[in-house]
Structures are given as C-alpha cells and as structure tokens.
Design a binder for this molecule. Structure first.
Ligand code: GLC
Ligand code: CA
Length: 547
C-alpha cells in the first residue's frame, strides 16, 4: 500500500518547468531532464498538470483529447520515458484528470454541435428562460454569465469556467463510462496517482436562479457527488491499493470532505480545500485588495485539522499551486526576511496532519511576478477580470495592483534554475516572462547551501519519513488567540511534537505554560533557537520541538 501519510507530492506545471527544445515552452523531456533534482529534494510523487491535447485556452485544463499528449509538451514516447526514469528513482507520477468539462474542441462537443443527440447528452444544453435570457443567472468562475447561446439549437450550454470549457453531464451514464475508460488507460501506463480537477462540481443540482450568490450553491457538492466518486473508485483506481488520489474541492464543506476523504468511504485518498486561502478575499470576492486576516487563517486551518482528524479523514496540505499567488509574497516577506519567512511557512505546512504538496519553485522561495503591464499576463481569468474591474470603474492602475496580488500568473512564471539568461529555463523566448529576481533567487545557488530554503524543504520531507508522529499523530491547536504566533501540537504513541512559529517580522513572546526543558529542538530557521517556557521568537522564527 502506498503510504501517502509519509509521502510528499511535488507539483509540476510543465509549461514553466524546463524547456528542452528552446521553443519557450517547458516540455515532458524537461521534466525527465530534472528528475535528479526532484529526487534530491526527496519527494515521492510528482503531480503533472494537464499535458493532453488542448487548445490551451486555460493552459491545458481545456482538454481536447484525454488519450494523447499535446505536441507542445512532446510525445507518448516522451511520457513513457519519463515514467520509466521516474520509476528508476522511486518517484511516482500523479496525473491531472479534468473531468468536470472538456474543451469545446473535443470531438464529443463537436459532434454535439453537429446535432448528434448522443453527444449533446454528454453536455448540459438547456433552453433560455425567454428570448435572450440564459437558463439561470449563474456566473462563470472566469467572469460573465455561465451559459453560452448556440443559435442552431436555440439553446445554451453550461460552462462554469471559460466559454471554451463545456461542462459534462455526469448524470449520463455514458459520460461516466468514458471517464472510467480514461483512468484505466493511464493506469495501464503505470500511473499511480490521480488528481481530480474541481471534482466536487460534477454533480449538478437544480438549475435555478441564485438570488444570494453566483450559483455555486446549486452545483457544489451536488446531489449525486458521493455516488459518482464511489462508482469511480470501485470501477477504476480502487482496484489498485498502490494508487493515491486527491480531489480538488471548490468551495466545499468540511462535512462533505469527511466523506470524500474518509478512510472507509471508498472515494478519494485526500482533498484540497481552499478556505484558508481566501483570507485575503472579501467573502468570495477575490478581485479586491485587503490585508490577510491572520486569525481567520489560523482558525480555518485549525478547524480543518481538528475535524478531519476526528472524522478519520485526510487532508492535502499546501499553500501554493498554479492557481495561487506565491506564498512568500502573500503571507511572508520578500525583502529582509525572505529566507526566514519562506522556511517558517514551509514548516507550518509540512508538520501538519495531511500530505504536503510543494508547487514548483516554492522550494527555492520564488516570489510573485509583479507584472506591470497587461501584455505580460497570459491567464484567461486575469485577462477577463482586468476588463471587468475597469468596467466597474477602477483605474487601470488599481486594477494592476489587484492583479499583482491575485493573478494566477504570479506562480506560472518559469522556474529559476540559474542566474543565466532566462534563468536557464530556455534558450528561446519564454511563453511568459521570467521574474527579474532570478539573478539571486535560483536553484543553482541553493542546492549546495546548507542554509538554503531548498535544504529546509529537504529536511522537512525527511522528517516526515523518519517521524511517525508527523505522519500519523493527532492534532491540537495552541495559542489560538495569539496575534502573531501560529502553533500546534501533534501527539502519537507517547510522543509530543510542538510546532511554534512567529508569523510576523518583529519579535514576539508567548508564555507556553509548558515545561519545555524536556523537549529537543529538531528544526529551526535560525542558527540557534533559545528554548524557554516563556518563549521569545525573533522575526519569522520557527521551531519544532520533540519529546
Ligand atoms: C482548477 C484548475 C485551474 C483550472 C480550473 C478549470 O481549478 O486548478 O487551473 O482553471 O480548474 O479546469
Ligand atoms: Ca519546449
């Protein structure tokens, strides 16, 4: 059995990872070329975001053909070579299954458009409420109404994301069979992990106007979702105990996650949830500029840790992915305490109860892009919302400030391998600009430096392997109301672990009301940390104590 509780997953966004043929786009061969680096980091799995045939309107999350590799990324032979080389190094592959929708270029959708009833039934076509009025007032996650009119049928199709990403009709058994076939195809190729994109949106409920929100309450964690996941489990990956799965759960509830990721529910191994990353939003509104709410951040993480533990369910734990800004820019410090804060943030996540995910570049403390012109942005969501913000009356300058904080492109810039031109990512012109700070933030300068952020991640991955308490221990929140400390306790078979972090750039004290003399410091982000019962922590100081 795959022990995913001791494992760490490394996420690769191939487009920005490493380019081997100098067309400016990262490719599968580029991943193979860097396997020794990934092996050195010590992770067990790599999750590859979609590299399937796609028009790339949403960078591959708009799949045109689930069985073939997009030429930009290489060939099936490249994939097989990557799989073999990874296996040689004890690294397993996790693929990204985008099953809520397909590209409108997918042959199923094309057949649907040609009037073929079988394939029309693969999607969600509905009549408008009246001429010119879509079936519901639901909003697309990328902006605008979620329905697109097709004149030929005088009907609309649903797209919760881009207009070129048509939602599939999971209530149609034929669709579910197609999805099973795809998973089996990749299982045969030796794939041992699957990530399911926005999978809690696949079961749509009532098609009604939403007068309280954007429509999400009608299709999130929908009526048949658990049945469909159990069916997928039973007919595909559930037959191989070595396979691990993670579901991306959009705006989910914790009660649903007990079931999605419950040890005995036969659905998925674990879940990504995002509530802790909305602490710099205004409610569900992302395109605003507000400082992050530290108390809320702690409260949400503590709640998910405690309750998922009580219900024997498993979290994926993370700060970063290809949809999130860089964490050191978001909750840390990119100037004076860049290194300290990046390490502190890593420790907070990696000692939690759950499987940690590292997003490429996070392990060297990569920062937000800070683009200053719209021509530098590539992401469909960012481009749409830039327009919407200006339609709402914001100046371009204000709209830029918001993009600089929230745009998904912040994390999609090329990996900074070296201090050479284009950060050593490509010899061509990169598809998206390299961040200028590559001259001092890069892989080359960190791998051999004992004190680097990279080596801190390495230690954390190792600690999880060596300490059952990190992998299996129970969770308890500490210092819940402290204004700067993020602390928690893990317990397992008579052992105790204390993870204590100063989340801010100034010195703080905390009376632990514990006798810390029996504890040993097993990790710190300062050369020497002073352990006293009344603790004084320096800026972003982070310590892990064990008894
Ligand atoms: C997920 C992906 C994101 C994509 C969306 C639609 O949230 O992580 O990148 O745009 O689903 O597929
Ligand atoms: Ca390339």
């Amino acid at each position: 059995m795959a022990d995913f509780k001791k494992s760490t997953v490394y996420q690769i966004y191939p487009k920005s990872f490493y380019d081997t043929n100098d067309d400016g786009i990262g490719d599968l061969k580029g991943v193979t070329a860097k396997l020794d680096y990934i092996k050195d980091l010590g992770v067990d799995y790599i999750w590859l975001t979609p590299f399937f045939v796609s028009p790339q309107n949403d960078n591959g999350y708009d799949v045109e053909d689930y069985y073939h590799i997009d030429k930009r990324y290489g060939t099936m032979q490249d994939f097989e070579e990557l799989a073999q080389e990874a296996q040689k190094r004890g690294i397993r592959l996790m693929l990204d299954m985008v099953f809520n929708h397909t590209s409108t270029k997918h042959q199923w959708f094309q057949k649907a458009l040609s009037g073929d009833e079988k394939y029309k039934n693969y999607y969600i076509f509905k009549k408008g409420k009246k001429a010119g009025v879509p079936p519901t007032n639901w909003e697309s996650k990328f902006g605008g109404n979620a329905w697109e009119y097709v004149e030929k049928f005088d009907e609309y199709y649903l797209h919760l994301f881009d207009v070129t990403q048509a939602d599939l009709n999971w209530d149609n058994e034929e669709v579910r069979k197609e999805m099973q076939k795809i998973i089996k195809f990749w299982m045969k190729k030796g794939v041992k992990g699957f990530r399911f994109d926005v999978v809690n949106l696949i079961s749509k409920g009532a098609f009604e106007d939403d007068y309280q929100g954007d429509g999400r309450r009608f299709y999130t964690d929908g009526p048949n979702i658990h049945r469909y996941l159990k069916e997928l489990h039973e007919t595909t990956f559930g037959t191989d105990a070595e396979i691990i799965t993670v579901g991306e759960m959009s705006s989910t509830s914790i009660e649903n996650c007990y079931e999605y990721a419950g040890e005995k529910s036969n659905e998925l191994s674990m879940v990504f949830s995002f509530h802790h990353l909305k602490v710099d939003f205004m409610g569900n509104e992302k395109w605003v500029m507000v400082p992050f709410d530290f108390q809320k951040l702690k409260h949400i993480i503590f709640q998910w840790q405690t309750k998922m533990c009580q219900h024997n369910a498993w979290n994926a734990v993370f700060w970063c992915n290809h949809d999130q800004p860089r964490v050191v820019s978001r909750f840390g410090n990119t100037e004076k305490y860049w290194k300290e804060s990046a390490k502190m943030l890593a420790t907070v996540i990696h000692c939690l109860r759950g499987t940690p995910y590292i997003y490429q570049g996070e392990e060297i403390g990569m920062t937000n892009a800070n683009f200053t012109h719209i021509s530098q942005y590539k992401d469909v969501e960012s481009l749409n919302h830039f327009k919407i913000l200006q339609q709402k009356g914001l100046s371009a300058e204000n709209a830029y400030s918001i993009l600089q904080i929230h745009s998904r492109d912040n994390s999609r810039t090329p990996i900074q391998w070296t201090a050479e031109k284009n950060a050593g990512f490509t010899k061509g012109t990169p598809w998206i600009e390299v961040i200028k700070n590559y001259t001092h933030i890069n892989v080359e300068s960190q791998i051999n430096d004992e004190n680097s952020i990279f080596n801190h991640y390495k230690k954390l991955i190792q600690l999880r392997k060596e300490n059952n308490i990190i992998a299996y221990g129970d969770f308890e929140a500490l210092a819940e109301n402290h204004s700067a400390i993020f602390a928690y306790k893990r317990t397992y078979q008579g052992e105790t672990l204390l993870v204590i972090n100063n989340f801010y750039g100034y010195e703080v004290t905390w009376d632990t009301e514990m006798n810390l003399s029996q504890y040993q410091c097993i990790l710190s982000n300062y050369a020497e940390s002073k352990i006293e019962n009344i603790l004084t922590l320096r800026p972003y100081e982070s310590i892990v104590l064990k008894k």
